[in-house]
Design a protein around this ligand. Structure first.
Ligand code: PMP
Ligand code: GLN
Length: 386
């Protein structure tokens, strides 16, 4: 991350957002909604500020929010989490991931992730001094599928953590019960922990169901489940995340969190506690996103891209190869000039030079968490590519 000249490489999302700003292109790169979450939740945060929730909250999180997280997990998935010892509030899912990896993995340990993977995973694994091992998600006509043979080969007694992400960024895949079973079974066989990033848990489409891997037999005791209010309630800038799992693991993560941030933003926590009691907002968001997904996917296909329609998240991976664009990185650099749109190359979610990076070299991720008129405009612009 640190370049030889001492400058720091920007994340791909910062780089592409900057490119959109400089060129005036429509930013379908960074996954950030252009419509905020509910006004009632904003008012709850304003009220919390007015009522004096402005000093350090408890390190593990405000009890009201820990209770709401515990209720949410029980209500949706039948998962039990003791708010006192088994839940930790974090500064976004990003801190939950970093603190977890730093707490539980180190030199001599392997951390296995799916590939492509969210960019912070590789950075946190590197910071921990652990080795990053990847298992490909392989594109098919309908979804990206887990390469189960590669999973079995990748997980060994050196594996400390299997880091799962479902619904998956960037591919939009929701892991099937069979795929989750395969992960659970290798985790048990090699006594590995499972860390599962479920920030898109409510953003699934059609008849697809999100199953937390912690609900599988024998998994509760070895799984840390991570999520965030950013995606579910369209408050990405509030950076309210959390994790839950067995008390000894949560305590280990809490120990690291103490020295990363000590505590997370006080007035946002009661507001998100209120939000978590409301199942209608995420349901309505998923419903409207399904329409926006279809709009963007059909526009991309019309423009000549090949598309794997996502089952979840608010991203779609499109292949530029049928249009003659074999290099997604180059295409993303040129796209603002060619069409006035910004996307993110899937290669940015891969280990540089890996087989998966090569296999997905011509693919670009676009987000559809934008207003319909913005997506219509973008689709019209992309139509000029052919
Ligand atoms: N995991 C995944 C898969 C993500 O896409 C993101 C970005 N939203 C995060 C974690 C980070 O979430 P947060 O903004 O809550 O830190
Ligand atoms: N999670 C968002 C995405 O995948 C980006 C978050 C960020 O900018 N770090 O687009």
């Amino acid at each position: 991350l640190l370049r030889p000249d001492g400058t720091v490489a920007a994340t791909i999302f910062a780089e592409m957002t900057d490119l959109a700003r400089r060129t005036g292109a429509i930013n379908l790169g960074q996954g950030a909604p252009d419509v905020d979450g509910p006004a009632t939740v904003k008012h709850a945060a304003q009220r919390a500020i007015a009522e004096g929730h402005n000093q350090y909250p408890p390190g593990p999180g405000v009890l009201e929010l820990r209770n709401a997280i515990s209720d949410h997990q029980y209500r949706h998935y039948g998962l039990d989490a003791d708010p006192d010892t088994e839940v930790l509030v974090t500064t976004g899912a990003t801190e939950a991931l970093a603190a977890t990896i730093l707490a539980l993995a180190g030199p001599g340990d392997d951390v296995v992730t799916l590939e492509p993977f969210y960019d912070s995973y590789a950075a946190s694994i590197a910071l921990a001094g652990a080795r990053h091992v990847t298992v490909p998600l392989v594109p098919g006509p309908h979804r990206f599928a887990l390469d189960v043979d590669a999973l079995r080969a990748a997980v060994t007694d050196r594996t400390r953590i299997i880091l799962v992400n479902s619904p998956h960024n960037p591919t939009g895949t929701v892991l099937t019960l069979d795929e989750l079973d395969a992960i659970a079974s290798v985790a048990r066989r090699h006594d590995a922990l499972v860390v599962t990033d479920e920030v898109y848990e409510h953003l699934v489409y059609d008849d697809v169901e999100h199953v937390p891997i912690a609900t599988l037999p024998g998994m509760r005791g070895r799984t840390l489940t991570i999520s965030s209010a950013g995606k579910t309630f369209s408050f990405t800038g509030w950076k309210v995340g959390w994790l839950h799992g067995p008390a000894p693991l949560v305590t280990a993560v809490r120990t690291v969190k103490q020295f990363l941030t000590y505590a997370s933003g006080a007035p946002f926590q009661p507001a998100i506690a209120d939000a978590l009691a409301d199942d209608e907002t995420p349901r309505a968001l998923a419903h409207s996103l399904a329409t926006r997904r279809d709009l963007l996917c059909s526009g991309l296909v019309e423009a000549g891209f090949q598309v794997v329609v996502p089952q979840g998240t608010y991203f779609v991976v499109a292949d530029g190869a049928p249009l003659g664009f074999d290099d997604g990185v180059a295409l993303c650099r040129e796209l603002p000039d060619l069409a006035g749109v910004v996307g993110v190359p899937v290669a940015a979610f891969c280990t540089p030079g890996s087989a998966t990076a090569r296999a997905l070299a011509s693919r670009v991720r676009f987000t559809f968490v934008k207003r319909e008129d913005v997506l219509r405009d973008a689709v019209g612009r992309l139509g000029r590519l052919g």
